[in-house]
Design a protein around this ligand. Structure first.
Ligand code: ACO
Length: 328
């Protein structure tokens, strides 16, 4: 059977109404708007309320993506939800979103790859569509990171925000869709960004709670350098694999980790700043949700249209990273 190109048919995004500004954080930890802005580019982040949770935002983004793809929830064959902050340990957030949106014919599952999760999902379903195993896939990046953030740790609590983005993928005509995609990890850096408590190694106990082991811990400075190198290298590799040069890329959408990481990646790639999308000032770092939220904003504002060639690149805890080139 001839192989079928897989592309994005529709996208959506959603985030909590609640906002946590840098001024709000100044009242919680020893920080300043000036430090956060110059070191990260972040001015505010969306924050879920106590009664809000990950699958709600994932489902809202998914509904929008399915509608914009001109499909119905029953058309979806697989739901891959990338999240590091699931509603609960079981069932998967993908299955919970399936129930919520009524995608009765799908298989729902989660991918646990931190900020690279959306590209992990895209890469998995691309081959399933290309080989004809499935027709339509829903890939979601959804996070409520603020519930895992330690608001006594100023080095992490200023960075993360909440939200979700979703894409429906399906067959597209030759020359369009995903031209190249690859995911990677290096588990040797497992303690650069981690939340050790609550699993089978350090089961939940008074001790794990007292030691704040359920919150994210990050060696930001060391991650910074690995992130820049990994994102730039895989970008170059994927642009080449797509048979393109960096000048053929119309827009780069990197994981929104830190504005300085984005700027350093752009500099390494030799691509002008106006081709690199950033929304970190408004959203902060939303982990697996950051790329699909940014992509949907670009589609809605007309920055991505028919014929636009997009480079996506991500990096996250694990460590994990990935790169994807898509032509719309
Ligand atoms: N306000 C004021 N001062 C602060 C704050 C804060 N919020 N946070 C840290 N500082 C201080 C530190 O204590 C340190 O002080 P010292 O020199 O007296 O010890 C100083 O600022 C410098 O700290 P650094 O950690 O070196 O600051 P850096 O410039 O590296 O910025 C940051 C920290 C923003 C975390 C940055 O390293 C970063 O973004 N790293 C990459 C994060 C990343 O990519 N993560 C992976 C993806 S996310 C995911 O997978 C979920």
């Amino acid at each position: 059977m001839a192989e079928q190109n897989a592309g994005i048919l529709g996208m959506g995004h959603s985030y909590p109404e609640g906002i946590l500004t840098n001024a709000d954080l100044e009242k919680i930890v020893d920080t300043s708007d000036e430090w956060i802005t110059t070191r990260t580019g972040i001015k505010q982040r969306h924050k879920a309320a106590e009664n809000e949770y990950t699958s709600q935002f994932g489902a809202a983004a998914a509904r929008q993506a399915i509608e914009r793809a001109g499909l119905n929830p029953e058309d979806i064959d697989i739901i891959v939800c990338a999240t590091t902050t699931p509603d609960q340990i079981m069932p998967s957030t993908g299955a919970l979103i399936q129930k919520e949106i009524g995608a009765v014919n799908a298989a729902g599952m989660d991918v646990f790859a931190a900020c690279s999760g959306f590209l992990y999902g895209i890469t998995m379903v691309e081959s399933m569509i290309r080989t004809g195993q499935i027709k339509y896939a829903l890939v979601i990046g959804a996070e409520v990171l603020t519930k895992y953030v330690d608001y006594t740790d100023r080095s992490t609590c200023v960075i993360f925000g909440d939200g979700a983005g979703a894409a429906v993928l399906g067959p597209v005509e030759a020359g369009k869709g995903i031209l190249a995609t690859k995911i990677k990890s290096d588990g040797r850096y497992d303690e650069q960004l981690y939340a050790p408590g609550g699993g089978t190694k350090y089961g939940t106990s008074h001790e794990t709670i007292d030691d704040r082991m359920h919150f994210f811990k990050m060696k930001g400075n060391e991650l910074f350098k690995i992130a820049v190198r990994s994102m730039a290298d895989i970008s170059v590799e994927m642009v080449g694999k797509a048979g393109l040069t960096i000048d053929d890329i119309d827009i780069v959408i990197p994981h929104q980790a830190n504005q300085r990481i984005t700027d350093a990646v752009a500099q390494r790639l030799g691509i002008s700043e106006d081709k690199v999308y950033s929304n970190i000032a408004e959203h902060g770092n939303t982990s697996s949700a950051s790329i699909p939220i940014a992509m949907d904003e670009c589609i809605q504002s007309g920055k991505i249209k028919e014929g636009t060639t997009v480079l996506l690149t991500a990096f996250g805890g694990g460590v994990t990273w990935g790169g994807t080139v898509i032509r719309f």
